[in-house]
Unconditional design. Structure first.
Length: 224
């Protein structure tokens, strides 16, 4: 299974990415964590990217794409599956990631889009800040990260819809419910993903299935 996730900060990429990776026994390639590790170790690369992370700006594409290539080569050696967390974040990264993956015979089967409202994202990240103190979890930087997401990352969702590999999920619900729905969808798709010709692929919108997976049904209109 080869999955990439497109979702705003705080939507649950790390949470659901870890679940998918454990379920399918595939590596999770988490770009933010890889970059923070470089910063923590004060490598040359870490020093070059720290300011971008601290300000909530994207790290230059060339740096990220180099790291993606290395991670794909390692994933290929480990069996070829992967879950990408936080890559790609703009159209240039989306196209380049596709080309690198195509060269290695491992393009994504599924682009998972986690949908969460901005107010909930800010609430989650401020709650995490109190517990973990991640440097970019201040309110001002969270708001900048959200702005960057809406301006340059969200538009790539349409590209995956056109390519027929988009799966949209309502991620406003508790993590266990979101995870159950994602794994159920991926399990249904698993035997098919490598056999559906590109022209026959269709985007899948699971956001209206929430009730079946434990969401609160919309309040019925009792006035009439
Ligand atoms: P990155 O580390 O990827 O941060 P992010 O995109 O801002 O996302 P987060 O890690 O904050 O949230 P998440 O969606 O993973 O949610 P999580 O599961 O943690 O990137 C950091 C920076 O690195 C970027 O700003 C940029 O500078 C740089 N960077 C990274 N990739 C790059 C790229 N490709 N190009 C250029 N630069 C790049 O959950 C968040 C919190 O909510 C947790 O506390 C969790 O427990 C909780 N939670 C999760 N799900 C739920 C739920 N359903 N209900 C309630 N709480 C929940």
């Amino acid at each position: 299974m080869r999955v990439l996730m497109v979702a705003p900060p705080g939507a649950g990429k790390g949470t659901q990415g870890a679940l998918i990776a454990a379920h399918f026994g595939i590596p999770r390639i988490a770009m933010g964590a890889l970059l923070r590790d470089q910063v923590a170790r004060q490598t040359d690369l870490g020093r070059a990217v720290q300011g971008h992370l601290d300000r909530g700006e994207l790290v230059p594409d060339e740096i990220v794409l180099d790291m993606v290539r290395q991670a794909f080569v390692a994933a290929a050696a480990a069996g070829g599956g992967y879950v990408l967390d936080g890559i790609p974040r703009n159209m240039k990264q989306a196209r380049a990631t596709y080309l690198i993956a195509r060269e290695l015979g491992m393009t994504a089967n599924v682009a998972l889009h986690l949908q969460v409202e901005d107010g909930e994202l800010v609430r989650r990240l401020l709650a995490r800040a109190a517990l973990e103190g991640r440097a970019d979890d201040t309110e001002a930087v969270i708001r900048r990260r959200l702005q960057v997401y809406h301006q340059v990352t969200h538009p790539i969702v349409a590209w995956y819809a056109e390519r027929g590999i988009l799966v949209s999920v309502d991620a406003m619900r508790p993590p266990e419910q979101v995870g159950r729905e994602i794994l159920a969808a991926l399990e249904v798709m698993r035997p098919l993903v490598d056999h559906v010709p590109e022209e026959a692929r269709r985007a899948i919108d699971l956001t209206s299935l929430g009730v079946a997976f434990g969401a609160t049904p919309p309040a019925s209109n009792t006035s009439g």
